[in-house]
Design a protein around this ligand. Structure first.
Ligand SMILES: *Cc1c(COP(=O)(O)O)cnc(C)c1O
Length: 458
């Protein structure tokens, strides 16, 4: 093992150098992938020297999500202490289902959940768990809401026409999860947004009443804290009034920006969170832990048990339900995703997490100011969002983003709201500073004048 750790350390040094010197890895066409890299698996193994060469070539061509040129996705960067914690969980290799095999790891997961409940305004005695990503924590919320309203569904299956509600700008996992849960994607109602991408409480109420009149039973509303494209925050308080009136479970999908709960300056964006039934957030997005680290909390701790525990005598032999986390989990064997967040949190404190979040909003404001001061740009997004959406000159966003990537300049994606397509630059990457934002715009400007406009003239 010591030898492998030395090799690991050598590979990490290589990666860090690559990240710095070649921040956007040269893309390989999928048609050439297996010719350019030694990916084949054979009957005979290879010696370490050859393995090292193969791994270095793979590292070289793998997209660098922690480089200062990565603006492509709703995660990025690297927090050293979080990576350290995650590496340690690989070495320890526990499974989080029982206290007997995970020991203190159970305690640190419980501490994370209890602190997040406290910061969200949930009462003592609330519960939660971690799952492999926001799609899955959203799935857990949906199942709890379903079983809360229709306890017999767990044994009898779905027999009634039950409906759920989410905004047209919400994440696709909501519809996908409805299909997985046997509810059917046709029973997902997409609620209108206003011009800023926030779900309309009036339209929600209208659609619910219409459904009730037709004999449907509404059971779940999903609000979003940070929509995937515009980074908008739904008005939780307004939605909660509608849910109270109709006795509907309200979940907040905070996968993208739910971590605003750590910031005194920005937690107003999830005002009313204490009124909801469940809330999920991804620490691998705003907090910069390695993938994946998704947390869900709920006020209805007993529902976690009702929806996710199946008695398994061979597994749960000691230590009571509260410490056997498998009883509130979607999975059986479960990776330890808590240690990376705990290590980061322990080392920087809640105040350190607040700084990480505030910095992203500051950079987004810096980017918006730049755009507003440069007439060649048009801004397509709004204040209090870390998604900065824009167009430059008349270059189609799709063309621009693809060309920048193929020429190894920048990794940035494009998105669409209503009928406008735009570049979506995200300031979530934890290694970014203001100078990287300026570089980003400069790179685009130089590239467009030198390459794209030149080509279009020739
Ligand atoms: C990213 C995201 C998800 C999905 O999270 P994964 O961890 O990628 O599964 C869900 N909802 C929103 C709003 C997101 O931005």
């Amino acid at each position: 093992m010591h030898q492998d750790l030395e090799l690991f350390s050598e590979l990490c040094d290589f990666l860090l150098d690559e990240e710095k010197n070649n921040p956007v890895a040269t893309p390989i066409a999928t048609s050439e992938l297996f010719e350019k890299l030694d990916l084949s698996l054979k009957d005979e193994g290879v010696v370490d020297q050859d393995l090292t060469l193969a791994l270095k070539a793979i590292i070289k061509h793998t997209p660098k999500t922690a480089s200062t040129s990565f603006f492509n996705q709703l995660f990025g960067g690297r927090k050293g202490k979080a990576s350290l914690g995650d590496l340690l969980s690989v070495m320890l290799n526990n499974s989080m289902y029982t206290y007997k095999v995970a020991g203190p790891q159970v305690g640190l997961e419980k501490e994370i959940i209890s602190q997040i409940c406290r910061l969200s305004g949930y009462p003592e005695g609330s519960g939660g768990t971690l799952a492999a990503g926001g799609s899955m924590t959203n799935f857990m919320a949906l199942l709890m809401a379903r079983d809360h309203k229709f306890p017999e569904i767990r044994t009898e299956g779905t027999r009634q026409n039950i409906t759920l509600y989410t905004s047209e700008a919400s994440h696709y996992s909501i519809a996908k999860n409805a299909a997985l849960a046997g509810i059917g994607s046709n029973n997902v109602r997409l609620i209108n947004c206003n011009a800023k991408g926030e779900m309309s409480a009036e339209h929600l109420e209208e659609v619910i009443e219409n459904d009730v009149n037709k004999g449907f039973i509404p059971f779940f509303v999903n609000a979003t804290a940070g929509t995937t494209v515009l980074g908008a925050f739904d008005n939780i308080t307004a939605l909660s009034q509608v849910c109270k009136k109709h006795n509907i479970w309200l979940h907040v999908d905070g996968a993208y920006c739910g971590s605003v709960i750590f910031s005194n300056r920005y937690k107003h964006l999830v005002k009313g969170l204490e009124l909801t039934d469940s809330f999920s957030l991804n620490a691998h997005k705003m907090l910069g832990t390695p993938l994946s680290c998704s947390i869900i909390i709920t006020k209805h701790k007993e529902q976690l048990h009702h929806s996710f525990s199946n008695e398994a005598e061979y597994l749960y032999q000691t230590d009571g339900d509260d410490y056997n986390l498998g009883k509130t989990s979607l999975q059986c064997g479960r990776r330890n995703d808590a240690l990376k967040l705990w290590t980061l949190w322990k080392s920087v404190g809640t105040k350190g997490l607040e700084k990480i979040v505030d910095h992203q909003f500051e950079l987004a404001q810096f980017a918006r100011d730049y755009i507003n001061n440069h007439p060649d740009y048009t801004l397509n997004s709004f204040d209090d969002s870390i998604s900065v959406c824009f167009n430059y000159k008349d270059v189609p966003a799709n063309t621009l983003c693809t060309a920048l990537y193929e020429d190894s300049k920048l990794m940035v994606g494009f998105g669409k709201f209503r009928n406008t397509e735009f570049v979506r630059m995200v300031t979530i990457n934890t290694v970014l500073e203001k100078e990287d934002i300026l570089n980003f715009f400069e790179t685009i400007e130089t590239y467009v004048s030198k390459e794209l406009l030149k080509n279009s003239l020739s």
